[in-house]
Write a protein that binds this ligand. Sequence first.
Ligand SMILES: O=C(O)c1cc(=O)[nH]c(=O)n1[C@@H]1O[C@H](COP(=O)(O)O)[C@@H](O)[C@H]1O
Length: 320
Amino acid sequence: MASFVSRLHQAIRTKKTAALVGLDPRWEQLPVRIRRAAEEMYDDPAAAKAAAFEEFCVRLIDVVAPLVPAIKPQAAFFEELGPDGSVALARVIRYGRAQGLIVICDAKRGDIGSTAEAYARAYLAGEDPQAAPYAADALTVNPYLGEDTLQPFVELCQKREAGIYVLVRTSNPGAATFQNHQNSEGQTLYEQVSETVEKLALQAGFDGNYGSIGAVVGATYPRELKDLREKMPHVPLLIPGYGAQGGNAADVAAAFDSAGLGAIVNSSRAINFAFRSPAYAESFGEKQWEAAAEAATRAMICDLAANTPAGQLMLDSKEA
Ligand SMILES: O=C(O)c1cc(=O)[nH]c(=O)n1[C@@H]1O[C@H](COP(=O)(O)O)[C@@H](O)[C@H]1O
């Protein structure tokens, strides 16, 4: 049995990159051929969209599986479709794992303890993909109901060798409105959450350097990211906001340790829909959307390698 963080770091070392590809299937942006084929096959719009999302994600997984250690399906786009979408999400997660990828389901769950237990059992399969219906290696979790509501997730992480990423400082423009609220000692809410996450990381799946309880910290706030890295030395970070939201490699550099570990950097739209972006539209176009996604993934990998300590992963492979 291997803890979530050991499996993640093994995958990062094997692929020599900390790039994480988000799967965010947005109907209007999918290649037209995939949409039309699904609409011809199914009368029911939700069934057609679910089939198209599954096909798009499976084909994207085939493109990125040889290149990156992990994927992060965004549950919201699937949930919007109702039951058909939920089935498609579960199938996409299983397919990703079958291709050897670490799968982090982004569903941002959180509730009172006894309800949180049910969420944990639904998503956290950990090492055994048969252990949960949405058989993810890890799940994003919202901590704002309190520390007691994280405990059921932590316990299941320990039991099933799974992981969670707790929202600490998010990437959105309004992140500061609640998260920067200060207590009487001048400590922000997100700093208080970070103290709890650092403590929990030592309780579940700790590999000597990092635990299996991670934190989500946005690339769009590099000063806070650097500070939080120092405040949570044993916490693996999931960093969204690179690419479409404006974050770049320099912004995320402080997240990595000297071996290039300790963080994964997510990009969703900039890879999923690279064929629509000025950088790739002309050379690839819609028919070659997979080649555009591959080029965008490779560009991200090179960017992280050249401009962050994650470049050490490449050097280690040359020395080996
Ligand atoms: O938990 C997340 O992944 C997340 C947290 C956060 O603070 N900001 C954020 O953008 N995300 C998610 O990361 C993805 C970012 O997508 P792109 O902006 O297209 O790269 C989306 O699925 C978001 O829901």
